[in-house]
Design a binder for this molecule. Structure first.
Ligand code: 13P
Length: 340
């Protein structure tokens, strides 16, 4: 393990004004996204879409790194440059999703455990050889009647910590992503309690597994009302609750926190990030690692049409720029109506 390199890469991932593009949809997830624009999910369409995103002019100014799926890490731009090499040349760190998905947790109806530890060391060695400098593993915690159980939280936290230790052993910075879902009708107070419990458990396990906190990035949910909740909490309340919970659990040794968007609209995710960053000074960089909130408008703008390639890229660059401004608390909703 090269601690200096891990610390250098982790800091670069959360460098001032920059965040991460999560483009690591599995083959199943990207099919759902393509269904929304009535595009068949072929390997070539997936390659073209990712090339559209990665080569968007101006994006590298705001994007520190890109999370890819196994297939994407092995694909190339149309002039034959492997994506990881292309990204590195532009100054963006190549990253790889290494979990194999959340599966039903036996004995615990309605809860999941994220899989992918078997053979992970060997896969990490291969991924590093292909250019990956960081990785991602997502644990999924759902809120509903009677769940999450303490057992499911602990099982997921242990898997996250084992993954993180294996990454660092192989000089890959782990993104540790414990996602408390916003799918239900729960209140923001319930989300706060569950996020408290989850982060407490995750940092305990990271310590037990001897993970170097200076060489990782945390990717949490924001503390937010469930999507179907009546009277959802306003943006300022979300920002304050999120910072309150992070302060309780995330040691200042962690260089940065990069939020997931989790089903928030693009504008909502950007506004929340900006309000959070106005609550500083805080001990960590607070930035984005958005999937849907960065890609939604780009996907629609492109719509699978070669003629819209540039239009899609402009949409991605716009969202990257607005989120980059939000990391300094400098985003305003009026910026949404300005040209892409
Ligand atoms: P969303 O921002 O769409 O939640 O995706 C981020 C991610 O990487 C989920 O694992």
């Amino acid at each position: 393990m090269n601690a200096n390199e891990l610390m250098r890469v982790a800091s670069a991932m959360v460098a001032r004004g920059k965040g991460i593009l999560a483009a690591d949809e599995s083959t199943g997830s990207i099919k759902k996204r393509f269904d929304s624009i009535k595009l068949e999910s072929t390997e070539e369409h997936r390659r073209t879409y990712r090339e559209m995103l990665f080569t968007a002019p101006g994006a590298a100014e705001w994007v520190s790194g890109v999370i890819m799926f196994d297939e994407t890490l092995r694909q190339k731009t149309k002039d034959g440059t492997p994506f990881p090499q292309y990204l590195a040349k532009q100054g963006m760190l190549p990253g790889i999703k290494v979990d194999t998905g959340a599966k039903p947790l036996a004995g615990y109806p309605g809860e999941t455990i994220t899989e992918g530890l078997d053979g992970l060391r060997e896969r990490l060695i291969e991924y590093r050889g292909l250019g990956a400098r960081f990785a991602k593993w997502r644990a999924v915690i759902d809120i509903a009647e009677g769940i999450p159980t303490a057992f499911a939280v602990r099982a997921n936290a242990q898997a996250l910590a084992r993954y993180a230790a294996l990454c660092q052993e192989n000089d890959i910075v782990p993104i540790v992503e414990p996602e408390v879902l916003m799918d239900g009708g729960h209140s923001i107070e319930r989300c706060e309690k569950v996020t408290d419990q989850v982060l407490d458990c995750v940092f305990h396990e990271l310590y037990e597994h001897r993970v170097l906190l200076e060489g990782m990035v945390l990717k949490p949910n924001m503390v937010i009302s469930g999507k179907k909740a009546p009277n959802r909490a306003p943006p300022q309340t979300v920002a304050e609750a999120t910072v309150r919970v992070l302060k309780r659990h995330v040691p200042p040794a962690v260089p940065g926190i990069a939020f997931l968007s989790g089903g928030q609209s693009p504008a909502e995710a950007t506004l929340h990030l900006s309000l959070i960053n106005r609550l500083g000074p805080l001990p960590w960089a607070l930035t984005f690692s958005y999937g849907r909130a960065l890609q939604e408008t780009a996907l629609k703008g492109w719509a699978g049409q070669a003629a819209n390639f540039t239009a899609g890229q402009q949409e991605l660059a716009k969202r990257a720029r607005l989120n980059g401004l939000a990391t300094a608390g400098r985003y305003g909703a009026e910026m949404e109506s300005q040209a892409a």
